[in-house]
Design a binder for this molecule. Structure first.
Ligand SMILES: CC(C)(COP(=O)(O)OP(=O)(O)OC[C@H]1O[C@@H](n2cnc3c(N)ncnc32)[C@H](O)[C@@H]1OP(=O)(O)O)[C@@H](O)C(=O)NCCC(=O)NCCS
Length: 433
């Protein structure tokens, strides 16, 4: 590995640390359709699943089998009817489905049990659990059509699944359900995955899709969308994808975040979960960016954000100890667990200093600075302060464009004057509140 590759690697690893912490002990549902299981990249996905498992993520894997069922039916010349795009499962079709899903499940179990020889996860042992977690009922007769053994979920045995997850197992759910009368039903796997995720109030559901998330009309990936925006968004195919509808439903029913990623792209799962911008599309009820008062846990993230600016002389150096003592003065913008903006308010008698205002370079020019300024102004007013001032060497114009007027060090509160660093020669700006 070259030196620069190594540095990239170290940077990436450090950058992923907040996500490792954030994901530990959280429940994620992964949906992999039959086409994903048949794809050459499935082998890599299994390794990434093993890695997530070893990082303490509670995983439920719901698999589909449409591709394999279609193949088995055609190999055996078994006719199969559909109504409204839903398979009608008669006795003969059901027998073929049971056999296909049974075989597929064994293959998945085998892959996940391999000790993952010759893989990055060699030695990681996964305890798998599957069983009669899903109670189902018949879809019944619709538009006069009897769907026979095609069913829908009646109940997910959350308690049993939770127990398995608590015991450290990875739970594998196949698209079959059982009725209390002993009948077997063929279920839609994406619907099943969504239902499991909402019932268990999973932190995330991840749908592995053929394409790399949602694409806009120019073919670019839409990295974040909220359910309310789905009907007005313009998609490449001009039609709302099924997984997006399910994701929106999941979001509105208790799942914190849903992700649409590609099963064909090596590493998409890790990129989506451990990098700021992800690889696919994230669907969440509210924007996943949040502004709030900082806590002691944010100190490391603030340091990471401001250190380069301190080194360039744009911001005054602050030690970790000082930041820890003054952390309650800070506001931060959090984006999916990472700090991308910060600002502090230090009250002096009747005025307040706005300090350490910074937005991560990758996230500038999207009014985050403005948002932080407003938050600080609001807090200053709540504290009864009459004026806000700022000392800056390079961002004077930014403040002037937002109502600050140039001042002089002598106009600073007495206590601040004694701390003024004449060598740094910062310019003073102030704004009445
Ligand atoms: C100043 C800073 C916080 C703005 O963050 P931001 O999230 O990009 O802020 P906004 O999106 O609200 O504002 C962007 C606008 O300010 C302009 N801007 C950015 N830095 C500027 C500067 N130093 N001087 C003048 N204008 C500036 C941008 O060009 C953009 O204007 P435009 O949309 O007309 O092109 C950010 O550039 C930063 O972190 N700078 C380094 C730290 C610093 O100087 N802090 C202030 C001292 S405490």
């Amino acid at each position: 590995m070259s030196n620069s590759d190594m540095q990239q690697h170290v940077k990436w690893f450090r950058g992923s640390a907040p996500y490792i912490n954030a994901h530990r002990n959280k429940t994620f549902v992964l949906y992999l359709g039959g086409d994903a299981l048949a794809h050459a990249n499935f082998e890599n996905i299994v390794n990434d699943i093993a890695l997530l498992h070893s990082l303490g993520v509670r995983l439920i894997l719901v698999h589909g089998a449409t591709l394999q069922i279609d193949q088995s039916l055609s190999e055996r010349d078994i006719p199969c009817a559909f109504h409204a795009n839903i398979r009608i499962t008669d006795e003969q079709v059901l027998a073929c489905i049971q056999e296909t899903i049974g075989k597929l499940r064994i293959q998945i179990e085998a892959r996940l049990s391999m000790g993952i020889i010759n893989s990055p996860m060699h030695g990681a042992e996964i305890h798998l659990s599957s069983g009669n977690f899903i109670k189902a009922r018949p879809l019944g007769i619709r538009d006069g059509v009897d769907f026979q053994h095609t069913g829908e979920v009646r109940k997910v045995n959350i308690k049993a699944i939770d127990q398995q997850l608590d015991d450290g197992a990875l739970v594998l759910v196949s698209p079959l359900g059982y009725s209390p009368t002993g009948e077997i039903f063929n279920l839609s796997a994406p619907d099943l995955a969504t239902r499991v995720a909402t019932d268990i109030a999973a932190e995330k559901i991840i749908y592995f899709d053929r394409q790399q998330g949602l694409l806009n009309t120019s073919g670019q990936v839409i990295s974040e969308i909220q359910p309310a925006a789905i009907n007005t968004a313009n998609f490449l195919d001009n039609e709302i994808p099924k997984h997006l509808e399910l994701a929106a439903h999941a979001c509105q029913n208790g799942v914190t975040r849903c992700h649409l990623i590609s099963f064909a792209q090596d590493g998409a799962l890790l990129e989506e979960l451990f990098t700021r911008d992800g690889a696919g599309t994230q669907v969440c009820r509210e924007s996943y960016e949040q502004i709030r008062q900082a806590t002691i846990e944010d100190v490391a993230g603030i340091i990471e954000l401001i250190r380069p600016l301190e080194e360039q002389g744009v911001l005054v150096k602050r030690s970790r100890e000082l930041l820890e003592t003054e952390i309650s003065c800070f506001n931060v913008i959090i984006r999916d667990g990472a700090i991308v903006g910060c600002a502090a308010l230090y009250p002096f008698e009747k005025s307040g200093e706005l300090a350490c205002l910074a937005t991560h370079p990758d996230y500038r020019n999207n009014e985050r600075g403005e948002l932080l300024l407003h938050a600080i102004e609001k807090q200053a007013r709540e504290l009864g302060l009459e004026c806000l001032f700022v000392l800056t060497t390079q961002s004077g114009h930014w403040f002037q464009e937002r109502g600050f007027k140039p001042g002089a060090p002598e106009q600073l509160p007495v206590e601040k004057q004694s701390l003024y660093n004449y060598q740094r020669n910062s310019r003073v700006f102030s704004k009445p509140l």
